[in-house]
Design a protein around this ligand. Structure first.
Ligand code: M6R
Length: 600
């Protein structure tokens, strides 16, 4: 949540900051701001709304070759110009941007700043006021920054300007991601390498509780005690074409279309010698030692985890529990004797999952992160990582990361099955090839699927998804997709569960979308569809060829039954996309949301 950028060099910083913020808008987009420093001091521009709104507010007359910027997802204080970052202390000497949450900001305000009049409702202002106060008391800026950091509890990525120290951006992080990018005669700061790929692909990762002094031709990393730390840069391997929308109207549609290619890429990435699927032996050993796996995830990744349980149990024979991250850390169930934890997270930054990782590490349990972002917090902090290889996912609604998660979970399960001497009974590489083709067939049927969205969802206020077995879990994901981007109230249910209460909500015309891809319950789900149709529901059946019946609304090409979620989710993604489009919703940036949820 929230993205920050900084630039120090020879050029005017404004355009570099604004372009960087545009690339970070996925992290939050309710308000934004930049601060630019020149010989006359620091000028702050901020605006409620998107970066496009901020652009309109930035004056071309003000230039400065040092600057910081921020795009916000509000936590403390509503989205407004007043609460937008950068924030300044009362004397305006210090200017700050911050991503994260300062949990003890009330205490800090009470203990140190009782006599200071705050200008915003944010926790962030407390930091900059604290630094200002400590400097007034005689400390240097670096000492004051360090002292403030030591007093703060919570998560932060911070960039700080001092009007009296023109050649420096002070930087620090704790639990929130932050990188310093290196250039010739300039350096930059960014929450994500993507933001600054326009000027460099060389980045240095920052660690928690370090202070970094960024100047135009030097970067000094220090511990809070002031000791120097050496760290080599890495090359960000992101292709600019991966982060451009190209000719697509929305990232979501581009990312839906990329799914066949992502499937093939994942298979290649996990093929070793003789094109055999492989997983690092140490991961297999850890899985072998565990007597139960605990999958921890949020949102779409949680839905992928529910299917992952099916794969790991059915293919590899390992018992699995799946838990919502935000609940698990505060209500840990009785664990087995030798648990192992699997964190599924597209971003690798989800704070709810991270709090569980921190706890289970304290307890000494092994952990594996399945993520799209190498070097992300959950990847760095877990014992092992499996990458999704899906390429950057920029639309807030997760699509290709979900199918990539399913594919990697299937590979993990199949390879673990082999390591345990269990017969799979099918060739996963071959079946995944069939899946990639089936996904392609779906993305090629956009017109037909758009028509379904139009027929069923153009005027409704609510919608139900039903399914049994794995179709139930895909229905949960379909409902999440629909509600988050079209704002239609949508819920997923196990087909048999509706009659235990929810059926009371079915009225004349209520859309009910049923999935029918599981042979053993095909008749049951069709029975459930009849129950709601009898009460007036407008039913849509999406079935798998071979299980289809006359009158089904959409028929999917056949794939291996375990892999059906990879295909059946595609029309649901497209239905959501078109429903949102027909309602003039901002598909890529739905209200109140952000892509990377780095606050608990
Ligand atoms: O980055 P993560 O996979 O950990 O994110 C978890 C959820 O916030 C995320 O899946 C969210 O539900 C999706 N944006 C929904 O499309």
């Amino acid at each position: 949540m929230c993205g920050i950028v900084g630039y120090i060099g020879e050029k005017d910083s404004k355009e570099i900051l604004l372009k960087g913020l545009e690339r970070l808008e996925y992290r939050g987009y309710d308000s934004a701001g930049i601060a630019v420093r020149n010989s006359e001091g620091i000028t702050v521009f901020k605006e409620k709304g998107r970066i496009a709104d901020l652009r309109g507010a930035v004056s071309g007359d003000v230039t400065g070759n040092t600057g910081i910027g921020h795009t916000r997802w509000a936590t403390h204080g509503k989205p407004s110009k007043m609460n937008a970052h950068p924030h300044q202390n009362t004397s305006d000497r210090f200017t700050i941007v911050h991503n994260g949450v300062i949990e003890n900001y009330h205490h800090l305000q009470r203990d140190y700043l009782a006599d200071v009049a705050m200008e915003s409702d944010t926790d962030t202002e407390i930091i900059v006021q604290l630094i200002g106060k400590f400097v007034e008391e005689g400390q240097t800026t670096q000492e004051a920054f360090s002292k403030a950091l030591q007093l703060m509890k919570g998560s932060y990525a911070i960039a700080l300007l001092d009007a009296e120290e023109a050649q420096t951006i002070f930087v620090a992080k704790n639990k929130s991601p932050l990188l310093v990018g290196l250039g010739e005669g300039f350096n930059v700061v960014a929450s994500d390498a993507m933001a600054m790929l326009q000027v460099t692909d060389q980045f240095v990762e920052l660690m928690d509780k370090e202070i970094v002094i960024v100047r135009k031709d030097s970067v000094d990393i220090l511990t809070l005690a002031g000791e120097k730390v050496e760290r080599a840069p890495f090359t960000a391997e992101i292709d600019m074409s991966d982060i451009d929308k190209g000719t697509y109207p929305h990232y979501m549609l581009k990312e839906i279309d990329e799914q066949p290619a992502v499937m093939r890429k994942i298979i290649q990435a996990y093929q070793g010698e003789n094109e055999k699927l492989t997983i690092k032996p140490e991961i297999l050993d850890a899985l072998q030692t565990a007597d139960r796996l605990y999958i921890i995830a949020a949102g779409t990744s949680f839905h992928a985890g529910l299917i992952g349980k099916e794969y790991l149990e059915k293919m590899a024979g390992i018992p699995v529990e799946v838990h919502v991250a935000s609940e698990f850390g505060y209500n840990m169930p009785l664990l087995s004797e030798r648990p192992m934890f699997i964190f599924i997270s597209q971003s690798g930054e989800t704070a709810d999952s991270r709090q569980v990782l921190v706890r289970i590490k304290e307890l000494g349990f092994p952990s594996l992160t399945i993520t799209n972002v190498s070097g992300s917090t959950l990847s760095r902090e877990a014992d092992y990582t499996l990458l999704l290889h899906a390429g950057p996912e920029i639309a807030v609604a997760s699509t290709k990361a979900y199918t990539a998660q399913l594919a990697v979970l299937a590979i993990l399960s199949a390879v673990s099955a082999e390591a345990r001497g269990r017969e799979l009974g099918f060739d996963l590489v071959q079946e995944m090839g069939i899946v990639a083709n089936a996904i392609q067939a779906q993305v090629d049927m956009k017109e037909e699927i758009e028509q379904l969205a139009h027929d069923y969802l153009s005027t409704t206020r609510n919608c139900f998804f039903i399914g049994r077995l794995m179709d139930y879990f895909v229905g949960l994901e379909g409902a999440l997709k629909l509600k988050e981007i079209s704002y239609i109230q949508a819920e997923g249910f196990a087909g048999g569960e509706l009659k235990h209460g929810t059926i009371a909500l079915i009225e004349e015309g209520t859309p009910v979308i049923a999935l029918a891809t599981q042979e053993s319950v095909n008749l049951n789900i069709r029975g459930n569809v009849k129950e709601v149709a009898a009460r007036g529901a407008n039913t849509m059946i999406i079935s798998m060829k071979g299980l289809n019946e006359d009158g089904d609304s959409h028929v999917l090409p056949p794939v291996h039954e375990l892999l059906t979620p990879l295909v059946s989710v595609i029309p649901l993604q497209l239905i959501s996309y078109y429903a949102a489009l027909h309602r003039d919703c901002d598909v890529d940036k739905p209200r109140n949301l952000a892509k990377s949820v780095t606050v608990e």
